[in-house]
Design a protein around this ligand. Structure first.
Ligand code: DLZ
Length: 175
């Protein structure tokens, strides 16, 4: 049995980050978390491009364009949807989720989901850098892992490297 795991090494990988401006203070926190993660995993800021869009509803469109451009190894999608008195919450959250998964499915470029959905501002704050962590950081980490795993499907030698790394220990352990 061969077992593959994408490493948490961002060096040499190019990333697009698409971020919704709505609830901007929180989405800026997600962006900061994602950039911090890429730096800490060995990425270079020269290999990261950030695209701001009006809100989470527009994130899939820009993410699809980024993925189709062929310029990135993965696309990191960020936004903050907070439940209000209208049905917008469910519509926007559902569109963002299905649109982002369509990006990866239709282009083959990994697209990670860093859209925070929260009932209250307090919950949103918790998930954007306070006590529940930073979902932007998590989405960037998932993108790095998937960008590396993706090589196993396209490059036989990279697949063998992954097997070796997996046999030598968990490449996902960065502690
Ligand atoms: C309109 C709207 C509302 C009510 N709430 C949010 C939200 O909580 N989070 C978010 O990212 N965007 C929201 N938007 C904006 C939509 O995503 C979109 O930008 C507009 O409907 C314009 O298409």
């Amino acid at each position: 049995m061969n077992e593959y795991k994408g490493s948490l090494d961002a060096s040499g990988k190019r990333f697009a980050i698409v971020v919704g401006r709505f609830n901007e203070t929180f989405s800026q926190n997600l962006l900061d978390g994602a950039v911090d993660c890429l730096n800490r995993l060995g990425g270079s800021e020269e290999d990261v491009e950030v695209f701001w869009v009006p809100g989470s509803f527009e994130v899939p469109h820009a993410a699809m364009s980024a993925a189709k451009s062929g310029r990135y190894d993965a696309v990191i999608c960020l936004g903050v949807v907070i439940r209000g008195a209208t049905a917008h919450f469910d519509l926007i959250a559902a569109e963002a989720a299905s649109g982002i998964s369509a990006v990866a499915r239709e282009t083959g470029v990994p697209a990670s989901f860093g859209i925070v959905t929260a009932d209250t501002m307090e919950q949103a704050a918790e998930r954007c850098g306070a006590k529940m962590g930073n979902k932007g950081w998590d989405a960037a980490q998932a993108a790095v892992e998937m960008a590396n795993l993706q090589e196993a499907f396209s490059d036989h030698r990279a697949g063998e490297e992954l097997i070796r790394a997996t046999e030598q220990g968990d490449p996902g352990d960065i502690s």
